[in-house]
Ligand binder design. Structure first.
Ligand code: ZN
Length: 208
């Protein structure tokens, strides 16, 4: 939703409710990332009209402080960054105890192997394919190999962990990313900046 028209969020939500599988909300605190996005008033407004699960991606330094409040606001999934919480097990368990799917996110410069000790504790991992902080960045090609490496490890250990990819996703790379092992694709500007966002989501599904 970071790329949506916030002056016309109601209309944007109609499109997203009709076309998307998840509503991905990028929450930034201006400390963990050099940008501030939106907070509870916007998340709660979206929650009131959301008809698809809300996927809250916390790009904040202290996710433990706010996880419960995002769960109360209606999040079905909450992810936070391993860079922000190097010992993430307690928070992952807390999120799951709230009945919310827990995810661990990493930026493109963090080796994916750093996720491996925690794969038993997560419902999904979020592989950033741009650096967290801003919408509209170009996809980093090395993400393909990183996703495949995580998929191989998940398969090797027969775990039930989904791979979400976030940043620069479009009809040009979605098929390859699915082949790499990703099953959740966060598309912001490629959808909202398209002439017809609803048709763009249909097109992205058709090329998978
Ligand atoms: Zn995100």
């Amino acid at each position: 939703m970071l790329s949506a028209d916030f002056l016309d969020l109601g209309k944007e939500m109609e499109m997203v409710n009709a076309k998307a599988d998840l509503i991905h909300l990028d929450v930034m605190d201006g400390v963990f990332v050099p940008n501030i996005s939106f907070g509870f008033p916007v998340v709660e407004a979206i929650a009131r009209c959301a008809r698809k699960p809300m996927d809250v991606h916390l790009m904040i330094t202290d996710p433990a402080k706010y996880a419960e409040r995002f769960a109360s606001a209606g999040a079905a999934m909450i992810s936070f960054h391993l860079e922000a919480v190097p010992e993430p097990v307690e928070l992952l368990r807390k999120i799951r105890s709230l009945g919310v799917k827990a995810g661990l996110a990493i930026n493109p410069d963090i080796p994916v192997e750093r996720l491996f000790p925690f794969l038993e504790e997560v419902d999904f991992v979020l592989i950033m394919s741009v650096f967290a902080g801003f919408g509209g960045q170009s996809f980093i090609e090395a993400s393909h190999g990183r996703i495949a490496a995580v998929r191989d490890e998940i398969e090797r250990r027969s775990l039930d962990v989904a791979i979400e990819v976030d940043g620069g996703i479009s009809s040009r790379n979605i098929a390859a990313l699915e082949k790499d092992g990703a099953s959740m694709f966060v598309a912001g500007s490629s959808v909202f900046k398209a002439e017809d966002p609803a048709a763009e989501i249909d097109f992205m599904r058709s090329v998978r």
